[in-house]
Design a protein around this ligand. Structure first.
Ligand SMILES: [Zn+2]
Ligand SMILES: [Zn+2]
Length: 329
């Protein structure tokens, strides 16, 4: 089968590999779409998160069950599924409580085990969720990033009259905008890409900006920062009103120096977000299945699996004209 394998920094190869074996409690999935995530770009650019190489990349997918292991009861060939791609240690105290997002050893398929940028994927049946056959496979591939956005917005504890700022209009920022709009009315989005800002405006952002505003009257109560950059972290701290909150949902490739007095004097509450919990995945499936939220708007490109590298290059370009890129298998 065709698979996208990571060998090293900016060394990703499209190769023919054997179809994965599946155990008695696993299923073999025929992948329909795989979504390129920000974390795939951290792998591509910096080699972050990966266990041993080469590894089949990708953790966001939708697909159809092809075969089931002998002990699998609740799933059958032909079922439409999405998955929970987290690979926790299953031993630590947080894993014992089902709080896998807090597992210190947490990895993902496509990093520490073979991922979904391939024609077939073998996965533990307990990590799969059936989706209605009425869902478009393209939209279903967005369940996982939507779960991240739900987790971010839940931890941001928004209330209707607060002024919200979202820093970064990539897939997670725009999905967070869609989710936050279900609660808050006044949301400003900041990004350097005019294309991405035009999407934020289309989705319904109150205001879109290429720079952080200098006028004190334009300060916000809550900032959701999803870019993972040093500059935006410090500017976000300055942008927040006294008593405000900062939610960090981006992954930082580098260490960051910040002025803690920006946190102390304004009593800012700081929260980090690591992926999502199982409930967020279920909620994401529910929102998408019932058309409560139009996530399709963030899909800008659909490329064949064989052009995965082009997808990585589009998303790591200085001026981004893409948001969510799906690989069609
Ligand atoms: Zn993802
Ligand atoms: Zn653990």
């Amino acid at each position: 089968m065709l698979a996208v394998r990571f060998y090293g920094i900016r060394d990703v190869r499209i190769e023919n590999v054997p179809i994965p074996a599946y155990g008695p409690e696993e299923v073999l999935i025929k992948v329909k779409y795989g979504g390129i995530c920000g974390s795939d770009l951290h792998i591509f650019k910096k080699g972050m998160f990966v266990g041993s190489t080469p590894v089949v990349m990708g953790h966001e997918f939708s697909g159809i069950i092809e075969k089931v292991g002998s002990k699998v009861k609740d799933l059958s060939p032909g079922d439409y599924v999405v998955g929970d791609p987290r690979v926790p240690c299953n031993k630590c105290k947080w894993c014992q409580e089902g709080l896998y997002h807090l597992c210190p050893e947490l990895g993902f398929i496509g990093e520490v085990s073979p991922g979904c940028f391939a024609e077939y994927l073998a996965m533990d049946a307990k990590k799969l969720f059936k989706i209605p056959s009425s869902i478009d496979f393209k939209v279903a591939a967005l369940v996982e990033p939507l779960a991240v956005a739900l987790h971010i917005v839940q931890y941001a504890h928004l209330s209707p009259n607060e002024i919200i700022g979202i820093v970064g209009a990539g897939p997670i920022g725009l999905l967070a905008l869609l989710v936050a709009q279900m609660i808050a009315k006044n949301i400003t989005v900041i990004d350097i890409s005019p294309f991405r800002l035009s999407k934020a405006k289309l989705i319904g952002a109150t205001k879109v900006l290429q720079e952080f505003p200098l006028n004190p009257s334009e300060k916000v109560d809550v900032v959701i920062e999803v870019t993972g950059s040093k500059e935006t972290l410090n500017k976000s701290l300055e942008w927040i009103n006294p008593g405000g909150r900062l939610v960090l949902g981006g992954i930082y490739e580098n260490k960051v120096q910040l002025d803690p007095n920006n946190i102390v004097f304004k009593e800012i509450k700081l929260t980090g977000i690591n992926a999502y919990n199982t409930e967020d995945i279920k909620k994401a499936i529910e929102l998408i299945s019932n058309n409560y939220i139009d996530v399709e708007v963030i899909i800008t490109d659909i490329l064949p699996l064989s052009e995965a590298v082009k997808g990585f290059e589009l998303l790591t370009a200085a001026v981004k004209k893409s948001i969510k890129i799906l690989l069609e298998v």
